[in-house]
Design a protein. Structure first.
Length: 455
């Protein structure tokens, strides 16, 4: 298999160590079979998330040295603000220390009991912040988006007919905002087409409903548009981003993804009144409007990282690394969500473990087996993360997935080949994946702290 060479050189290395299997089993028991609770130093290959786990560039590290830690009006904020405005075109930029805070600031001020917020697929923190306001986070992705085998180019598209039917059924006053996740993380990291973004915008504006993007992986989405959508192959990633953001009224973003930073986020909006209200709340819970929970050096790292993420050479390598990893897994007989997405490979646990009962949590059990057999950490996106409903009932999602999120500029193809080999070991002995039962769970975002037992 031919690999695309990395468009960078390694400058600093970090030691990693594979613990013996019996010690990994002991770590699992101590963590109550929750890989979130295992110390990072006890992980060999960490594919839990691509959020905040990127390797920063020499340019970003140099930027840290320019950190202005003034309480108000630090120099780095203005670079941060101008960079985001140049990409999004939005008039108000409100910093926050990560994306879920931006979501909280938004939904606390616009969502109420009984409201419905449609999206293609809400990710966990978005959904939780909506449900915390006693509103419903409704997923309306197209049918291809819940078919792991579909090769449709833009499986992240929202179903416009379902959105229109929803508006006519409940009335526009019950829909405070329409959301759209680009790329669609929980749906397999699948991109959204510009045509769909434009049409969704027009539909929402017809009914005077605001439109916001969850823009965590906007640059990867723009790259897929350039590669796959007619009329965009000769446009720059910046030009595509400018157009994409122009169709929305604002966005939330965790800059820990396509900002290539280890911490940071923001909310950007054209709604001046909402921005004023949110800024006052920001001061209460995050900090002054020109730092918003971040140090000046972190603001600078985000500003520089946002621009680096628009580089086409970087995006080409990034998406190719993920694609080749997916093909390596498929060649090893591991079923994945097709086609490979932008930031992760999503293993189809339901197909990989067809006889494993959903109420014994096959996706989560597979993450446990991956750590026990190879020191690999991944994350389940299935019955535990998404199954518990606000009323306490269980409703298993259409897909039971294990996400292998690839940190940006961190792992080599040899590392990923090792992960494939661990999967092959489990493929050859499915008894290594053991049933689980819940011992304790939190009422919200249970997957972060849940306790389980095997058997």
């Amino acid at each position: 298999m031919q690999f695309l060479p990395e468009p960078y050189r390694t400058k600093t290395v970090e030691r990693i160590k594979l613990l013996p299997r019996d010690e990994r089993q002991r770590k699992l028991v101590e963590a109550h079979y929750n890989v979130f609770k295992i110390a990072a130093g006890d992980i060999f290959i960490d594919l839990l998330t691509d959020s905040g786990t990127s390797a920063m560039s020499d340019n970003q590290w140099a930027g840290l040295m320019t950190g202005d830690e003034s309480y108000a009006g630090c120099n780095n904020y203005f670079n941060f603000e101008n960079t985001i405005k140049s990409i999004t075109g939005y008039t108000n930029v409100i910093p926050a220390h990560q994306g879920r805070v931006a979501e909280n600031l938004l939904f606390t001020n616009i969502a109420s009991d009984g409201d419905i917020v449609p999206s293609n697929t809400h990710f966990d923190t978005t959904r939780a912040n909506i449900e915390h306001q006693k509103a419903e986070a409704l997923n309306l992705v197209i049918d291809e988006g819940i078919d792991p085998k579909s090769e449709y180019d833009f499986k992240g598209d929202i179903d416009l007919k379902k959105v229109e039917d929803l508006i006519k059924r409940v009335g526009k006053d019950k829909i405070p905002v329409g959301m759209l996740t680009v790329t669609n993380n929980a749906g397999g990291g699948q991109p959204v087409s510009m045509e769909n973004i434009r049409a969704y915008s027009e539909l929402l504006r017809e009914f005077d409903i605001p439109f916001y993007l969850d823009a965590c992986r906007y640059a990867e989405n723009c790259y897929f548009i350039k590669q796959r959508e007619k009329g965009y192959k000769d446009k720059s990633i910046m030009e595509i981003a400018n157009e994409m953001f122009s169709y929305a009224d604002g966005c939330t973003m965790s800059a820990k993804k396509d900002g290539l930073a280890n911490i940071g986020g923001f909310l950007a909006t054209n709604d001046n009144k909402l921005a004023s209200t949110i800024t006052n709340m920001l001061i209460l819970i995050e900090g002054f409007p020109t730092y918003g929970g971040m140090a000046g050096r972190d603001l600078e790292a985000v500003a520089r990282g946002l621009m680096e993420a628009l580089d086409e050479d970087y995006l080409r390598y990034r998406t190719e690394q993920v694609r080749i990893f997916g093909e390596m897994l498929e060649e090893g007989g591991i079923p994945i969500v097709r086609p490979p997405g932008g930031h992760a490979i999503f293993v189809d646990a339901k197909s990989f473990l067809p006889d494993f009962p959903r109420d014994e949590f096959p996706g989560w059990a597979l993450t446990v087996a991956l750590y026990r057999e190879g020191g690999v950490r991944a994350v389940e996106i299935g019955g535990i993360m998404l199954g518990k409903q606000p009323d306490g009932t269980e409703k298993y999602p259409e897909m039971e997935l294990v996400r292998l999120a690839i940190p940006r500029r961190v792992y080599s193809m040899a590392h990923l080949q090792y992960v494939v080999d661990v999967f092959k070991k489990i493929r050859d002995d499915k008894s290594l994946v053991k049933p689980l039962k819940i011992v304790w769970q939190a009422p919200v975002l249970r997957h972060f702290t849940i306790q389980l037992d095997e058997g």
